[in-house]
Ligand binder design. Structure first.
Ligand code: DGY
Length: 317
């Protein structure tokens, strides 16, 4: 089997106790063609959120039996095509929920309180005097938190807002949560337009799929309050980055915090030039214990799938 990107040596050692392992030791991700070439003769592959596993790759790698991802999002993997070919697919849910919610909340707070902008200002030597409105931003406590996508991470963010910061929480999701779950995180379901109109701080946590592509574009941004912030920790394609950059430049919304981008690791130059956006390199789940847990869960899935066990978090129906 192939570990398609560098991971913790301890996890490679664990895999080697059970499986024949080859590794890809460069931080430079394998291209689709390189991945196909490296997978010749492999029965399994350890991937993360960006290796494309599609019907073409499956056709070129007939020995492949298991595709196990250390990420929770799996829009890079064609699960129906894998299922049709009898290839096991797994992701890594749950182990990253709280860490990702911590980061989403931190990014939202940094965005609302202009922390990155203030830091850049200070490092540039521009701080010459205290002033009553220097870097004055929006409050977080008691402001209305809007959560788009109310899965595990969305609920963990809602809980932080409602119980920790006294925020009224509204959310939009295709399906409403059971009442007991809504009460646990003190969140109220609203339609998407109401969410956009009423949220002071909108946090986006929906999985990427063709249905969620550009779910937030020009028309949706136009519904938001001029003082609102938008934080995206889901996937780049959910937000139309070009439309967002225009809305930020024209101050139609106050600020944005982005951990994910369309076409990452490239970032739209228009975003890089704006003061009112906090940019981070897709690190919402990147605490050391959580990344270790994600790697170990993918390893558990691979070992089980390739040694006749039951993979703990298989995605195939
Ligand atoms: C995930 O697990 O989906 C995160 O975005 C990390 O890739």
């Amino acid at each position: 089997m192939l570990v398609a990107r560098p991971i913790f040596p301890e996890v490679i050692a664990r895999l080697r106790e059970h499986l024949d392992v080859i590794t890809h030791d460069s931080e430079q991700a394998l291209s689709a063609t390189e991945l196909q070439a490296r997978l010749q003769g492999c029965d399994g592959v350890f991937v993360a959120a960006s290796e494309p596993i599609n019907a073409e790759l499956l056709a070129a790698c007939p020995q492949l039996k298991a595709v196990c991802s250390m990420a929770v999002g799996y829009n890079n993997i064609d699960v129906p095509a894998c299922t049709a070919r009898g290839v096991l697919v797994s992701n890594a849910p749950d182990v990253l929920t709280e860490t990702t919610a911590d980061f989403g909340f931190a990014l939202m707070m940094a965005t609302a309180r202009r922390i990155a902008e203030s830091e850049r200002f200070l490092r540039r030597g521009e701080w010459t005097h205290w002033s009553f409105d220097l870097m004055a931003g929006a409050d977080v406590h008691a402001a209305t938190l809007g959560v788009l996508g109310m899965g595990r991470i969305g609920q963990a963010i809602a809980r932080r807002g409602a119980l920790g910061f006294g925020m009224p929480v509204i959310y939009h999701n295709r399906s409403r949560l059971p009442e007991a779950d809504e009460q646990a995180v003190k969140a109220r379901w609203v339609d998407k337009a109401t969410l956009l109109r009423e949220a002071d701080h909108l946090v986006i946590v929906v999985p990427y799929s063709p249905a969620s592509h550009h779910m937030i574009g020009e028309a949706e941004l136009a519904l938001m309050k001029p003082g609102a912030t938008l934080t995206n920790i889901a996937r780049g394609g959910v937000v139309d980055d070009a439309a967002l950059a225009r809305a930020l430049a024209e101050r139609r919304i106050a600020a944005a915090g982005l951990d994910v981008f369309e076409g990452e690791p490239k970032v739209l130059p228009a975003l890089l030039d704006l003061p009112n956006v906090v940019l981070t390199p897709h690190i919402a789940s990147a605490s050391i214990p959580t990344r270790m847990a994600m790697c170990n869960l993918a390893a558990d899935n691979l070992i089980a799938a390739l040694t006749g066990g039951k993979p703990p978090t298989a995605l195939n129906p």
